[in-house]
Design a protein around this ligand. Structure first.
Ligand SMILES: CC1=C(/C=C/C(C)=C/C=C/C(C)=C/C=C/C=C(C)/C=C/C=O)C(C)(C)CCC1
Ligand SMILES: [Fe+2]
Length: 563
């Protein structure tokens, strides 16, 4: 697959950057001197056990905790650090636990996310721009150890070395030093060399045990050590498929690895599979886009037992926008309602497309799950695919700029979202349907960052866990357990706090779908944070453990069971 199409592209005009709007108005020293490392003794209210070790030494870079737009934050009288760069490069130690961690919960939860949003005195624009911050919660016979650490991507290391942004991030583009550098940068974009490898979106445990951090650039696939959070190196795909981008959310089970490679030149997607223990993706089939002018953005996709579901959103990649130096309202994407919206279904074993239907317009980043609906004879009549659906409204992308997140706390500006349920008929009908699976008021009309019991991937299921909304809010601020049969939700709220994705871990030997725990990390209104454990069934708190200091918001996690 070649990289980007060169036709019909208007390159941006080179000009020296004089825009100071992204500069902080105080001296920042993240990549400079070491400052005020918190220690076990100077963290108020934090009694750390004897086992606590602080890894921050003068070799490890300290981060100015106040790189947030301080004026905006003060105006809102909030101390929330969810949108503030992580305060130091790494920390690890044991946490004091309030409540009881079930003794069966042995293993490590790792969460990835964009936790560092500046280089020197330059502030990034968008939540998705930040350098990857890993947080680790290690559960060991009722005890809990936490660690966090930056991923040593080329993009992160280069920014530290040169004190400037060196690679293209989600919304950020490095400013060329001169005209020659600008020409070089354009050439590098076509080869992919200037794209980031900042693996800040998710983390998966492969069937062979390797733990890989991911984002949407293929080169941003980075293997880490789940015990130390060390960056071990690039995950190199040993095939000749090429391509610059892939879905940030492959489907990973103990036996399967599926992902989608969008083709930006000839709009469509390659559906690929990787066998356990290999680095080689095998093409199982191809889906051609039905809408134009370009490929629909695919951040995630669902599978059933026998099928891959390929969404084609009217929010499409835009090569022109990819080349622009300044962000557009939809960043690298464009909204094309005239192109319509589609759902395609491919048979896993044969690679044949067995359904391709037009559906109502939609905007989704996260599919929750999918399954096959069967008749009495066991024939598949339809595919049901559920997602966090933003009512076909792209404004969520703008709401997630750091300026908006920092300045609108307490205002009811979070766009509505729902559990969007697609029904894709398998009998040749040209249209599918999309409806709310339950009344969105059940979860405050906010919804994203979902998980399910992993044993139910691709199967008929009943429960989904996600973040929801308690209005007024500018970002999902509750944890919600959704019962898709009863069409009800149970909600957890700590007023003023921001919880990250609720992650379900099943109890070994469980027979009920919701028998397990839900893990989340909370940034609270006092600027602090804690790990939270809810009972998967009652959705009541069973334990919490305070962090030494509040951590930035994070996106997706994975579970590495104790061997
Ligand atoms: C770096 C480049 C790109 C990167 C794209 C990335 C990093 C996309 C990440 C998307 C994420 C994290 C989406 C999450 C959505 C969460 C939502 C909507 C939460 C809502 C809460 O209410 C490309 C753009 C692919 C190409 C150029 C370079
Ligand atoms: Fe995601």
């Amino acid at each position: 697959m070649a990289s980007l199409a060169l036709s019909s592209i208007k390159p941006y005009t080179y000009s020296k950057n004089t825009d100071k709007s992204n500069r902080v108005n105080h001296k920042s020293c993240f990549f400079g001197k070491t400052i005020n490392h918190p220690t076990a003794n100077n963290i108020p209210g934090m009694e750390l056990s004897e086992n606590t070790r602080l890894l921050t030494t003068s070799k490890h870079v300290a981060i100015n905790p106040s790189t947030v737009d301080t004026q905006e934050t003060e105006n809102n009288n909030r101390k929330l650090v969810a949108w503030t760069s992580v305060r130091q490069e790494r920390w690890q130690g044991e946490l004091n636990v309030h409540g009881e961690i079930p003794l069966w919960l042995n293993g490590t939860y790792i969460r990835n996310g964009p936790g560092l949003w500046h280089v020197e005195d330059y502030n990034f624009r968008h939540l998705f721009d930040g350098y990857a911050t890993l947080v680790r919660l290690h559960f060991d016979n009722g005890r809990l150890f936490m660690g966090h650490r930056q991923i040593e991507s080329e993009a992160y290391k280069a920014s530290k070395k040169h004190n400037k942004l060196c690679y293209r991030e989600f919304s950020e583009v490095p400013k060329p030093d001169n005209f020659l550098a600008y020409i070089g940068d354009l050439a590098n974009l076509f080869s992919g060399a200037s794209l980031t490898d900042n693996a800040n979106t998710g983390v998966v445990k492969l069937g062979d045990g390797r733990v890989v951090c991911l984002t949407e650039t293929v080169k941003g696939s980075i293997v880490i050590d789940p015990d130390t959070l060390d960056t071990l190196g690039k995950f190199e795909f040993g095939d000749n498929l090429g391509g610059l981008i892939h879905s940030a959310h492959p489907i990973v089970t103990n036996s399967e690895f599926w992902t989608l490679l969008p083709d930006l030149i000839n709009p469509g997607y390659l559906v690929v599979r990787m066998e356990q223990g290999t680095n080689e993706r095998i093409v199982m089939g191809r889906v051609n886009c039905r809408g134009r002018p370009s490929t629909g953005w695919v951040h995630s996709f669902p599978v059933t037992e026998h099928y891959i579901v390929v969404p084609e959103m009217p929010l499409r990649y835009c090569v022109q926008n990819l080349l622009k130096a300044e962000p557009t309202p939809l960043f690298k994407f464009q909204w094309q309602p005239n192109s319509k919206a589609y759902m395609h279904v491919m048979h896993k074993a044969s690679g044949k497309i067995v359904a391709s239907v037009e559906v109502p317009l939609y905007v989704t980043f996260h599919f929750i799950n999918a399954y096959e609906e069967k008749d009495e004879e066991g024939r598949v009549t339809a595919i049901i695919a559920d997602c966090c659906e933003h009512n076909a409204d792209t404004s969520i992308l703008q709401k997630l700029t750091l300026h908006n997140l920092r300045s609108s706390a307490g205002q009811d500006v979070l766009p509505d979202a729902r559990v969007g349920r697609f029904r894709i008929p398998m009998h040749g009908s040209p249209c599918g349907s999309l409806e709310a699976a339950l009344d969105p008021n059940e979860h405050g009309k906010g919804l994203d960052m979902c998980s399910i019991n992993p044993n139910f991937v691709g199967k008929k299921y009943r429960y989904a866990y996600a973040t929801g909304a308690h209005r007024p809010c500018n970002f999902p601020n509750t944890l919600t357990k959704i019962d898709l049969v009863e069409k009800k939700a149970k909600n957890w709220l700590d007023e003023g706090s921001i919880p990250s994705e609720p992650f379900f871990v099943a109890r070994p030997g469980a027979t009920e779908e919701d028998d397990g725990v839900v893990i989340s990390m909370i940034s609270d209104k006092n600027g602090e944070g804690y790990a939270l454990l809810l009972d998967g069934s009652t959705f009541e708190e069973i334990a919490r453990a305070k962090f030494p200091y509040g951590l930035p918001y994070g996106l997706h996690g994975c579970w590495v069971p104790k061997m």
